[in-house]
Ligand binder design. Structure first.
Ligand SMILES: C[S@@+](CC[C@H](N)C(=O)[O-])C[C@H]1O[C@@H](n2cnc3c(N)ncnc32)[C@H](O)[C@@H]1O
Length: 376
């Protein structure tokens, strides 16, 4: 796997996070190189304040931090950890980290933006930029050319201001804009909907997984969550909007709830939804983290998990595997891991490998999904 990015006679060593010995994917792409080359051609004075939004693993932050004041803003805990590791590896100058829950910094000279996957997330970012920036601050976004549609550019025009694009280079394109729309559309902070067949509704911030409708896997596992008056606690690993922990919390009113997600918006949405549905007297902890990194061994009675099958743009099962390994580590003896997945993903094989054949049972299945329980 290539880990050296050489651009403009500078070399950076860049790895994805978490670092894996058998990694097949690079920590940057041609879009980063296109942005770097373009910004170099602008001939910026040193010491400019560059706001970098959605820097995947910190390639842009590492490149610009030696000569400029860099603020990296991201909804991803993993991107932030990746950037921190890469900044250290390259002995780069330290930068400021902001999450999507923070205000935009003041006095920004230039914004670089990796376009997010969903239009809801994009319009939320554009609204923040329109509200927080002066019209003379250049905003340069990048993505694969095939992902930049006429409708994407229309969103820039409607929510932010005048917008043009570059020619394509290595299948990527730049989008140039500035915050000068005089009658901007405003993105809603939340999308809110009632959960089918349940007595609660969910408010979803812009980058929450399945924020516009109930995930089909979640819909199925909601019917099979356990009720156990002796259950002292559970962890909702990859909690999203908290849809599973609310139902688990209703079924098990005595249980202490821990929600974990790598998206800051998901963690905040889960917190808000749990408090709205279960009240503010419940013992609830909502944490942004990479799986269960840093959690103590043998401390939890149950982990429930609807694992992700992609990291940023890449389809992968390594996060599911890490989640299962971490759950086993954190569970007490006799503790249970409850997992929902598409039948074709083969989670049963992974769980049997980890927990042993006799410790894994099928709780339920339908045409698309299977629910598995592994006991430590
Ligand atoms: C399939 S969604 C499940 C969301 C919700 N529990 C549900 O059932 O609708 C998987 C979730 O895992 C989160 N996630 C992805 N990678 C993660 C990681 N390394 N650590 C913690 N959470 C992660 C995603 O942000 C996403 O919210």
């Amino acid at each position: 796997m290539k880990t050296e990015l050489t651009v403009n006679e500078r070399s950076l060593t860049l790895c994805r996070f978490p670092k894996r010995s058998n990694e097949t994917l690079q920590a940057w792409d041609a879009g980063d190189e296109y942005l770097i080359n373009h910004v170099e051609s602008m001939g910026l004075d040193k010491g400019q304040h560059i706001l970098i939004i959605n820097d995947s693993f910190g390639a842009l932050s590492c490149y610009f931090s030696p000569y400029h004041q860099v603020t990296m803003m991201s909804d991803s805990f993993i991107s932030q950890q990746g950037a921190k590791a890469n900044l250290k590896q390259n002995q780069s100058k330290s930068i400021e980290f902001l999450t999507t829950m923070d205000e935009l910094p003041s006095k920004v000279d230039l914004v670089l933006l990796q376009l997010p996957k969903s239009n809801r997330h994009l319009t939320w970012i554009l609204t923040q930029l329109r509200q927080g920036l002066n019209a003379n601050v250049p905003i340069i976004a990048v993505n694969k050319a095939k992902e930049i549609h006429t409708s994407t550019l229309k969103l820039f025009e409607q929510y932010l201001g005048a917008t043009t694009t570059s020619l394509a280079w290595k299948k990527h394109r730049l989008v140039f804009s500035c915050a000068n729309q005089t009658a901007p559309k405003q993105a809603e902070i939340y999308s809110e909907w009632a959960v089918d067949k349940q007595n609660y509704s969910l408010k979803n911030r812009a980058n929450v997984y399945s924020g516009d409708s109930l995930d089909l896997g979640a819909r199925f596992i909601l019917e099979h969550l356990p009720q156990d008056p002796t259950l002292s606690d559970f962890i909702d690993l990859g909690c999203g909007n908290g849809v599973l922990s609310i139902k688990m919390g209703q079924l098990n009113p005595q249980a202490h709830i821990t929600c974990v997600d790598e998206s800051f918006m998901a963690v905040q949405s889960a917190k808000e939804n749990l408090i709205a549905a279960l009240g503010d007297k419940r013992k609830i902890a909502c944490v942004a983290n990479n799986c269960l990194d840093g959690f103590q061994a043998e401390t939890s009675s149950m982990v429930i998990c609807n694992p992700p099958f992609h990291q940023q743009q890449a389809i992968t099962d390594h996060i599911a595997w890490q989640m299962f390994c971490d759950a086993k580590h954190v569970l007490k003896q006799g503790g249970k891991l409850l997992v929902i997945g598409n039948r074709h993903l083969g989670y049963d094989v992974k769980l049997v490998r980890l927990f042993g054949k006799t410790q894994v049972k099928k709780v339920a299945q339908n045409k698309k999904f299977v629910i598995l329980q592994a006991t430590k």
